[in-house]
Design a protein around this ligand. Sequence first.
Ligand code: GRF
Length: 236
Amino acid sequence: MSITKKRVAVLISGRGSNMKTLAEAASGPRASYEIVGVISDKPEATGLNHAAALDIEARAISRKDFPDKTTHEAAIDAQLKRWNVEIVALAGYMRLLSADFVETWKGRMVNIHPSLLPLFKGLDTHRRALEGGLRIHGCTVHFVTAEMDGGPIIAQAAVPVSPDDNEDSLTRRVLAAEHQLYPLALDLVATGRAQLVGNRVAFDHLGASSGRERILSPSTGHDGEADLESLARFTP
Ligand code: GRF
């Protein structure tokens, strides 16, 4: 039986490593989604080259080519419609989207943020986690609302902070956790198991006492790499 995959576009501004992991996950035989296009607001984003190398349509839609935010977002929206996109995944997209754009994609647009929200909205999350003396840090995938990094949470991964950590080492470990979390969280949305209902995420088809899909916590090995095997135990 053939499964209809949800059509996902990824919006980036730079490196695009999360986009790449989503694309790799989407290429699996049982994937619930496919990446039909990548848009960057920065023409120089290296993620555009990664997308092209993966045979994914990649477009730069630069803010500089438009007189204002409204026309820029209209161009992005038009491209998404041309691709018949069903879900928008923000992955390092560094521009705040307008309330109108967010409303258009309400319940169909997700973002990954490198902290355990609602802690550390905005930038420099790893530095702030270290300064705050956190022992547990991590990342979050959430539905996008007009409030920056404030939308309802779909899934989180915890990353222990070691006393020897610096910003670089913590960034690297959280990014490894992001690369595991985002494909799984997007799968929850693409399959309809996580849906935005009002201001909350409703999780369908879960056992009443399960809750496993709500918090995905990859353990980290001593070499600092997240352990995919242990994460798999938390997945449906
Ligand atoms: C990631 O840390 C993501 O959480 C944040 O921006 C970074 C993007 O990295 N929103 P990449 O472009 O996916 O490599």
